[in-house]
Design a binder for this molecule. Sequence first.
Ligand code: AMP
Ligand code: FES
Ligand code: ZN
Length: 299
Amino acid sequence: MKCKICKAPAQVALRAHNAGFCRECYLRFFSRQVSKGIEGQKLFTREDSVLVALSGGKDSLALMLELSRQGYRVTGLHIDLAIPVSSAAARAVVERFCAKHELPLIIKDMAEEGMPIPLVKERLRRPICSACGKIKRYWFNKTALDMGFSALATGHNLDDEVARLFSNTIRWDTAYLSDQGPLLEGEDGFARKVKPLWRLTEFETANYAFLMGIEHHYAPCPYSAGASFTIHKHLWQGLEEAMPGRKLDFYQGFLERGRPVFARREAEEGVTLHPCSQCGYPTSAADLCGICRIRDAVK
Ligand code: AMP
Ligand code: FES
Ligand code: ZN
């Protein structure tokens, strides 16, 4: 196969685009998709200071590297969950990556914050991964707000987004359908949240990480049986093979024609949030927010 742009021998084949690319042309294709994703949805500009949540996985590291190459002002944020073995390995990968590319990095250590995940797991009587997700999102948001960043970016890709959208759809979860997408505007107590890799699949991001020589850490959570949405991702892979391009069409169609309808409906229903009496984080709970309840349970 030859590169569709320059006819050199292809190194990457993309079915959805029915095309092969050489290294240089592939990197240009990837950059173009990232900028289209950012500019098309008005995620942020080069004036913004963007905090990028780095797990140590290939998606978030690829995102950080590409944003810095495109001249965006980025700082990494890693949440050290204090899970034996895997957290230290993920943290080390993130630290080496930021040192190598001379990118600023903030680390939030959950052991220092009094909520190491193994201890939270011991004290809580519900599945740890949902609490862990909540803890991560709380620290993403808090760090972005406290340190004055204008946006918080995560490495979610098209496969993550389509699988989540599909899961929300088969449950007709209108609350989630009303605000799922690559951009969640900031509001009182909430930082602006963005997902600049929304146009790129896991495979496309993996290719970029490989071609750029990004060392990453593959660590499924040791407390859960499997990654989230595995079945949905599998189903969508079959659909995409039969109908190349369907994933991106489905997601873009939702953003243009689905989400606004659900958003209007949710706005009519209106849930009221108020500050948590302990930490000030907005919550719909009567008194303490979910994180302060976890903190108290762990104490
Ligand atoms: P996941 O939910 O593990 O698929 O991760 C989705 C995104 O959340 C990643 O691409 C990262 O941007 C971010 N993320 C997950 N875990 C961490 C962590 N421990 N520290 C910082 N960011 C994280
Ligand atoms: Fe963090 Fe499972 S404990 S995702
Ligand atoms: Zn080429």
